[in-house]
Ligand binder design. Structure first.
Ligand SMILES: Nc1ncnc2c1ncn2[C@@H]1O[C@H](COP(=O)(O)OP(=O)(O)OP(=O)(O)O)[C@@H](O)[C@H]1O
Ligand SMILES: [Mg+2]
Length: 464
């Protein structure tokens, strides 16, 4: 949109000229059109800030022009000139979406007033849109890949709860993205810019000294040469992410519970109490209810931590996200290895989608990185996948059990070898791109033998 450009539409040439002169005197660059059709064409090309149009014109009248503008350029404000005293047409114009009407004849001041008001409103609307966009952009989920309903639900929940102070418990199998989601909640909350402190509860010794959690004052015990901040103080005003919460020992569970109840800590050897404002996000792949039943987890702590719970779907329940995840993982791999991005063959993708992924996204990452290094520049095919995922068909066929019905030994052996030869040759010719000399080098068998095997298993030279 060009801010100083104002479109004038009128079939009366004098009116156009006079009005254009007034507008130029006000510092605008008017463009004129003798009718509605021409005006619509100009709007498409010149993107004016505002249009002023007469009501009565031969051909497309002012109301129809307004109608078309609202349909094609809903953001363009239109001021309609009406005949003096024609209140009905003014009402009709406003009802059709005109910003304002100006009864003819009008003074330069009236014109200026109406234009100023329209431009100010347009500016406000734009500002409003920008603010709204900024607000919605505050939610950023770029790093959470997936369009499945399961992932959409997770994102919706984060949007709803990120701004609250409630503690969140994230549940999900290993590798489903619990840490990623914890980060995302923090990053989309008002605590962004404040500390995000992860603490791996599985790595904490039961004997963890209180000073690590609460800090200590200088001289509070032998060896305390300087005063030290504990984990709670480090995380204060931000988010503390307690990963693998089910692994927290009973003693530490009690200490944590006390802190959550009192929302205060005191450093070891210190007198001053420190007020805490921490959001706790915890995560586990265990069934905490079962841990409570087994008396390995304190129920009260569970209720404190589980104000809001988010359960992450395992990858096998959102197989439709696998292509997107592959794309993202392979792009990252290519970026860090300065290589072109590898494509995944359709067949390989089918296998990836069918596999149950017990290790979820982390397993998919490992699998693709390994496959990418095998693929060596070509796309990723079934043969580049580990056998448990490829179903074995990409691996040498002989490695797979065959069903021989009731064949005698020699028949069965022949079939077995044929299947082996077929699988081996397919791979070999793919790797050598059909170049028999290269295939001979890779396989270590003479070119004539390769031709003979190809003939036996029905591969034709010319289709290579
Ligand atoms: N939806 C997703 N989009 C993109 N990457 C993801 C997604 N979910 C997980 N990841 C990636 O998968 C890997 C494993 O995720 P993360 O470490 O968050 O899982 P976790 O549930 O904490 O696993 P564990 O239980 O083993 O600790 C990370 O590299 C993470 O970035
Ligand atoms: Mg984790």
């Amino acid at each position: 949109m060009k801010k100083d450009r104002i479109l004038l539409v009128d079939d009366e040439e004098d009116m156009l000229e006079n009005c254009a002169r007034l507008l130029r005197a006000m510092g605008y660059s008017p463009i004129t059109a003798p009718n509605g059709e021409e005006a619509l064409r100009i709007i498409g090309e010149e993107s004016p800030a505002l249009a002023l149009s007469d009501l009565k014109m031969p051909g497309m009248g002012g109301i129809e022009f307004l109608h078309q503008v609202k349909k094609r350029h809903p953001d363009l404000a239109v001021i309609i000139f009406t005949a003096f005293g024609s209140i009905e047409s003014a009402v009709e114009a406003i009802r059709e979406g005109a910003f304002d009407y100006l009864p003819k004849p009008f003074t330069s001041d009236q014109l200026k007033h109406s234009i100023d008001r329209a431009l100010k409103t347009i500016d406000l609307a734009r500002e409003n849109r920008a603010l709204k966009k900024q607000l919605s952009d505050n939610f950023c989920f770029d790093n959470i890949i997936g369009r499945s309903q399961g992932i959409k639900n997770v994102i919706e929940t984060i949007k709803k709860i990120a701004g609250t102070h409630s503690n969140v418990l994230i549940l999900g199998e290993s590798g489903t993205g619990k840490e990623l989601i914890a980060h995302s909640i923090h990053a989309n909350s008002r605590r962004l810019g404040r500390p995000f402190v992860p603490l791996d509860c599985a790595a904490l010794p039961e004997t963890l000294i209180e000073s690590e959690l609460f800090g200590h004052e200088k001289g509070s015990f032998t060896g305390a040469h300087i005063s030290r901040e504990g984990i709670f103080e480090t995380a204060n005003t931000g988010t503390l992410f307690l990963d693998e919460i089910a692994e927290l020992g009973m003693d530490l569970q009690s200490k944590l519970l006390r802190v959550l109840q009192e929302r205060k800590i005191r450093k070891v050897g210190g007198r001053k109490e420190i007020d805490l404002d921490i959001r706790i996000i915890s995560a586990t792949n265990r069934d905490l209810r079962k841990c409570i039943e087994e008396k390995k987890f304190r129920e009260e702590l569970y209720f404190r931590l589980n104000v809001i719970s988010i359960t992450l779907p395992p990858l096998r329940e959102r197989a439709e996200d696998i292509p997107l995840l592959c794309d993202s993982i392979l792009k990252k791999y290519a970026g860090s290895h300065s290589l072109p991005v590898l494509a995944v063959s359709r067949e390989a993708m089918d296998r990836l989608k069918a596999y149950p992924w017990p290790g979820n996204i982390r397993e998919l990452q490992n699998c693709l990185e390994r496959a990418a290094s095998f693929a060596g520049g070509n796309g990723i095919g079934v043969e580049d996948l580990p056998e448990n995922i490829s179903g074995g068909s990409g691996a040498p066929a002989a490695a797979r059990p065959l069903e021989f019905d009731e064949l005698n030994y020699h028949e069965a052996k022949k079939r077995y070898l044929d299947v082996f030869d077929k699988g081996y040759m397919e791979n070999l010719l793919k790797k050598s791109e059909g170049n028999i000399t290269r295939a001979s080098e890779i396989s270590g068998i003479p070119r004539m033998t390769i031709y003979r095997i190809m003939k036996k298993i029905g591969f034709k030279r010319e289709i290579l």
